[in-house]
Design a protein around this ligand. Sequence first.
Ligand code: IMP
Ligand code: MG
Length: 171
Amino acid sequence: MEEVKVLINEERLSKRVKEIGEQIQEEYKGKEIILICILKGSVFFTVDLAKIIKGNVKLEFIRVSSYTDGTESSGKIDLKLDLNDSIEGKDVIVVEDIIDTGRTLSYLIDYLKTKKPNSIKLCALLDKVERRIQEVNVDYTGFQIPDKFVVGYGLDVDEKYRNLPYVGYIE
Ligand code: IMP
Ligand code: MG
């Protein structure tokens, strides 16, 4: 196995997740929130975030595969698992692990808008801003990170390392 170096440790992760959760709680006071977790990478982040937000939170799961042409997503995306319940008229927050080129999310947000939610916001734990090809509007960002391949806290390389409690990188 490759060596994984720590980029964001557990303490920084949980502090930032708590801040974002509290901000969301404040901004959605009294409203029902639908958190849409994008499988599999966002599972750890979504669960931790959901536990911070006090109030009416429901969870939905969606799964997409983005085809890569070598190192980046090609823009061709396949919906592998769709929403379970209708989000029409709901206040939705899409929770993503990482934004790289932005192609996956821009497709997904367009798709979700066709389901007529009342509002839709985007919350991403990590953002590799300098890699952006397709513009996406991120409402809540955990950390902006340099262009490194990261793993842990849900993120994988060939399904490995998702269970690391920190975000690390492989050189
Ligand atoms: P985008 O369409 O290029 O923004 O790709 C985003 C998707 O690529 C994410 O949801 C991840 O699944 C994957 N990805 C991008 N960068 C990384 C990384 O550094 N580590 C693990 N997965 C990544
Ligand atoms: Mg992903």
